[in-house]
Design a protein. Structure first.
Length: 570
């Protein structure tokens, strides 16, 4: 290890030289309170933060450093998540402005969202805490400005480390609260199955968000706190919050109905992200869903590769095969059918759907249309005729937002009506209406079981080399993954909440190739990757240390794989 004074001397020697000479600083330096590792220094001041890795390490046995027991997975994740947020906030205050060309003057860390996620921006081991940040070493044009760089590395960065990692500067109560909220949510989610539930929404939760572009809670006085209807009230004792009550959504088929703008989709969106733990103050801290919950929608134009959609679509014109369906341009109905079968293949236990994003002809075919278009001329078996079979055969529950299809009253176990953001259990009334108005439509489901086709992905499908033969995996948007020469559209993966998840998925797909041996089914490939991440940490998916990955589920990894237009399977 080199001394900090040597680093200062090196900076003086390269003053005014081309920016690329900053790379001569690479190495490990002792700053007494912390160790600074200049792991990867960009050659250009305009390179994005992901291009540079600067590692700050402190020892956990240093009594001045913030510490907390990490004897469980959830505590370790919550602790590192809290430190990442603290480092980000402090950095923004101290070194959040550009001072020169490109990213000069900026010190930052991968920005966390509203969810408490496993990240590799802060890595905690038994011996140390490591923060992986970005330091925008200063430049004027492409010339090194050593004086400003010295200020950043010897004044700004140590100040940030002190404010974000020294125990005396940490709000210990906030840290304790952060960890307790995560533990309570994890405990609550673990109790869903034994209670016969697929989700739980606590009383007084704040579900509406600030805007369509923000995941922060709405804070206006008009916000209506959530309150469970009496018939669906579930009470549970949490490790830290004690006894709480809220609405439990039972297994089976549940409808969420009501007029427009009354909160149906807002409730469903809370269930979508209930797979994650949320930070204190988010409003959804005690809103949890079965961890294998999947949002399903139609998405015209996506590709589908050798997927068995025959349970929903059969007898296509010109004898097109649906037990091994392929298309480069799926329709609304075929895309939704494929997404459901891919979800089942990947281990989904709960399906969420909103009629606003579903293909109408996939959701239902009414009696008048049945009279006009004979069944032998209609290849689609609507979801209404399969939703109960999904539950009885596969133990897969469904929660649907529906405002205009009352036919589903006949197949629903529970019906929840949202009125001015307040839920009411209207199951009995819905059954009365169904009894008074018998279905005129005929059930169109066939008697055969819902079948899956084992698909074996081929490694040759995934080439991470770009047009110039360089390794290239990156993401600038949550719903766009750049992988080699391809741009993979992830728009319909609505449960991805952070850009770092998309980046990690890209690298995980490249890593997954090691298990693609022309014998291993897709589901098993995904599970082996997730097992490696669980056992070895998320760093395992890349050969280079970085700080911009966040946890994702095997479900999203499988869905992303399925959206590669180059995908080949046996």
């Amino acid at each position: 290890m080199q001394t900090a004074n040597l680093l200062k001397q090196k900076l003086t020697e390269i003053d005014g030289r081309d920016y690329g000479h900053y790379q001569s600083l690479s190495g490990c330096y002792d700053f007494n309170r912390f160790t600074l590792i200049l792991q990867q220094i960009p050659q250009d001041p305009y390179a994005p933060p992901q291009a540079g890795i600067y590692r700050v390490q402190v020892r956990r046995d240093d009594p001045h450093i913030v510490n907390f027991s990490t004897d469980s997975r959830v505590r370790r994740i919550a602790f590192s998540d809290f430190l990442a947020r603290t480092f980000f906030d402090v950095s923004r205050k101290i070194a959040g402005k550009r001072r020169g060309t490109g990213y000069s003057g900026i010190i930052t860390i991968d920005r966390p969202g509203q969810s408490i996620l496993k990240r590799n921006s802060v890595v905690i081991t038994k011996e140390r805490i490591e923060v992986r940040c970005f330091v925008g070493l200063p430049a004027e044009g492409r010339r090194i400005v050593s004086e400003s760089a010295t200020h950043m590395l010897f004044e700004a960065l140590p100040h940030i480390v002190e404010q974000s990692l020294l125990a005396e500067n940490i709000d210990q109560q906030a840290l304790q609260r952060h960890i307790e909220v995560a533990e309570d949510a994890e405990y609550l989610r673990s109790k869903l199955d034994s209670r016969g539930l697929v989700a739980f929404v606590a009383d007084n939760s704040i579900l509406p968000r600030e805007s369509g572009a923000s995941d922060r809670p709405m804070v206006t006085t008009s916000v209506v706190p959530f309150s469970a209807p009496d018939s669906l009230v579930t009470k549970i004792d949490l490790p830290h919050a004690g006894s709480i009550s809220g609405m439990g959504i039972p297994k089976g088929v549940t409808l969420i109905t009501g007029g427009g703008y009354h909160g149906k989709s807002t409730l469903l969106e809370a269930l979508e992200v209930g797979i994650y733990n949320h930070i204190p103050g988010d409003g959804r801290e005690r809103c949890v869903s079965n961890e294998q919950t999947v949002k399903i929608r139609s998405y015209s134009g996506r590709s589908v590769v050798k997927t068995d959609i025959s349970s929903f679509i059969n007898g296509l014109p010109f004898g097109k095969e649906t037990t091994s369906f392929c298309t480069a341009n799926a329709s609304g109905s075929t895309s939704q059918a494929a997404s459901i079968m891919e979800a089942i293949e990947s281990g989904a236990e709960v399906l969420l759907m909103d009629e606003d994003t579903c293909a109408t002809n996939f959701i239902v075919r009414d009696s008048k249309m049945q009279q006009l278009v004979a069944k032998e001329d209609e290849p689609i078996t609507p979801f209404i005729d399969k939703v109960r079979q999904l539950y009885t055969e596969k133990n897969i529950s469904t929660v649907l937002v529906l405002g205009g299809v009352g036919d589903y009253f006949d197949v629903a176990d529970h019906v929840i009506q949202m009125t001015e953001y307040r839920p009411t259990d209207v199951t009995c009334r819905a059954r009365e209406i169904a009894a008074q108005s018998p279905l005129k439509r005929r059930m169109e489901a066939e008697s055969h079981p819902i079948t899956l086709r084992d698909r074996i992905p081929l490694a040759e499908s995934f080439d991470a080399l770009n047009t110039y033969g360089k390794f290239r995996i990156f993401a600038r948007e949550v719903d766009r993954l750049h992988f080699g020469r391809q741009v993979v559209d992830l728009t319909d993966l609505e449960q991805l909440v952070e850009l770092s998840q998309t980046r990690a998925i890209g690298y995980a797909l490249e890593y997954a190739k090691k298990y693609m041996d022309e014998k291993t089914p897709l589901h098993d490939v995904i599970q082996r990757v997730i097992k490696d991440i669980d056992e070895k940490g998320i760093d395992v998916i890349s050969s280079r240390i970085c700080g911009h990955f966040a946890q994702f589920r095997g479900l999203e990894l499988a869905f992303a794989l399925n959206r590669f237009r180059s995908l080949s399977v046996l």
